[in-house]
Design a protein around this ligand. Structure first.
Ligand code: CDP
Length: 215
């Protein structure tokens, strides 16, 4: 079984996917974490976020491992020269900075980079809950149940500020800008159930998804 949960930036996809996955006792998979880790590596290496061949070359030499744990995904890099020791660097925290937020949409617009992410996702063995922007459309059109989460920009900004301790108006403006850049890959699937989470708390959204699974 594959359940997809897509939605706009900071709509609560990760927390909802985690809650649903735990209730179903299966993993969840954060596709955004792969885009974020790729962006982090490019920023650190000084690689242009619009240069697909250079990005693919960088990523080919930087083995990433996504750990799709139900309570939260993590992503690890095996740095150059550490292949033999097996020592890994946990990129998860560094992949959630404002610098990565600001750059990730540029990289995510490149078809080559989307194929790189999608190939890793399609190699995973179901069952799982997959969350992102295009899980129910481009990546897993055959999923048994699909959801698309929305919420007003202000509600989303307030949620994110709780995680990041930043200014609400600035965070809201950055989210709206990122929504616009991500628009091409963020449409709900025709057979997705839409959930407006603006007036729901986390357990309310998880309950709505679980109810939707039985429809
Ligand atoms: O949680 P939030 O929406 O802030 O971010 P995310 O889901 O980790 O996604 C980060 C970025 O990755 C998005 O802004 C998109 O540019 C890109 N992304 C994408 O293009 N397609 C996906 N399936 C998932 C993420």
């Amino acid at each position: 079984m594959i359940v997809t949960i897509d939605g706009v930036a900071a709509s609560g996809k990760s927390s909802v996917a985690s809650g649903v996955a735990r209730r179903l006792n299966i993993p969840y998979v954060s596709s955004g974490l792969l885009y974020r880790a790729a962006t982090l590596l490019a920023l650190e290496a000084g690689t242009d976020l619009g240069d697909a061949p250079a990005l693919i070359a960088l990523l080919s030499g930087s083995p990433l491992r996504l750990e799709p744990l139900p309570e939260g995904n993590r992503i690890f890099l095996t740095p150059v020269g550490e292949q033999e020791t097996g020592a890994e660097r946990d990129l998860t925290a560094d992949a959630h900075t404002s610098a990565v937020d600001a750059g990730v949409s540029a990289l995510a617009q490149l078809p080559e980079l989307r194929e790189w992410v999608n190939a890793q996702l399609r190699a995973l063995t179901p069952p799982f809950v997959a969350e992102g922007r295009d899980m129910g459309t481009a990546v897993f059109p055959q999923a048994q149940a699909k959801f698309f989460l929305t919420a007003s920009p202000r509600v989303r900004a307030l949620r994110r500020v709780k995680e990041r301790l930043e200014d609400v108006a600035e965070v809201e403006a950055a989210l709206v800008a990122r929504d616009a850049k991500d628009k091409a890959q963020s449409a709900p699937a025709a057979d997705a159930q839409l959930i407006d989470t603006s007036t729901l708390d986390l357990s309310g959204v998880i309950a709505a998804v679980l109810r939707g699974l039985h429809q």
